[in-house]
Design a protein around this ligand. Sequence first.
Ligand code: HEC
Ligand code: HEC
Length: 313
Amino acid sequence: MKRIAVGSAAVRWGLGAAVCVLALAGVSSLTLHARQARTVADGVYSAAQAQRGAALYKAQCVACHGEKLEGLVGPMLAGPDFVTVWGGRPVAELVDKIQKTMPLQAPGSLSQEQSIDIAAYMLQVSNFKAGQGALGAGQLAQVTFPAARAAAAPAAGTVNVPPVANLAQYMRGVTFPNANIIFNTQLKDPGTMKPQNPVPFDYPLWGNTVYYGWQTTDQAALALIETTPLFLMPGRRCENGKPVPIQNADYQKFTQDLITLSREIYKTVQTRNQDAVAALSERLNDTCANCHKVYRDVGTAEGGGLGTDRCKS
Ligand code: HEC
Ligand code: HEC
């Protein structure tokens, strides 16, 4: 299977972290013997670094991550919850995350040195003390966050994987594309959709020549049935760092409503009746919106866009 190296933001957000981890794994295996593993609690950065980082943070990050790094439209960048999320991971991953993806509106604009300075400032705000020496690029892979508490052993027949995506990333990557396939029945009869000829040289488009027409619609309905329960997965955060409100009865009901409707959609898709599926897709839209009205489209930040009140319980 070839790796699909498309450059769209959505794809990059999905794959970026995994690719970084792979790259780092190679580096650390070469240098592990040379240096002893340390944690961020061992005085790994200098006060001067943190001071430079603070200035950069105030200029470029504060609007989204808050005066105290407590999180606004982006997640918190300091404190116990932040340290838990990063538990056991090397600082190199954090520096990469900053350098390659932040600030959100201008990713790639910071140098590695600047990204390290900001990481040092973040460590300082989390009460990890400064040391004598500066944190250098060559040490990033060996310095880790203190290990998080081990998760409980999984019950038989289950897998125990912590969520990686925030809820917005999950919606964009999983729920949205599948729902759009269902919504498309309002415009097109899947029964008349045939693969393009010649076959387009673009993996997503090529994929549509392998599974197409009503089969795509079957798959989308099945995917919504199977993946919507993950809205209730423990440990997932929203984009602003707040935990997904899985304990709230209305949030649980909105999730259940989507599963129930997706089952009905799947049954109707089996009739291959475009009008019937299109009618249900209107209800699909409402089912998404019912939850969004309460938990997503609330308290948007100045200038619109991401909401600081999202996912409030
Ligand atoms: C326009 C808003 C915005 C700005 C400005 C911004 N961020 Fe972010 N940041 C976000 C959002 C939204 C996320 C969550 C999505 C993601 O992880 O990519 C995020 C995630 C992060 C994360 C991942 C945190 C975690 O625990 O997963 C780090 C680290 C981070 N930002 C650092 C920075 C730094 C450093 C700056 C300034 C150089 C910055 N951000 C500027 C919006 C912003
Ligand atoms: C149980 C509640 C719930 C249901 C049902 C739900 N969503 Fe969401 N959705 C959310 C929340 C909350 C967010 C914001 C998450 C965040 O900020 O991390 C969100 C975010 C999104 C986003 C990302 C918006 C952005 O900021 O870029 C998309 C796209 C999306 N949802 C699509 C859908 C579609 C399509 C459906 C129905 C098929 C759906 N959602 C059903 C709660 C829900």
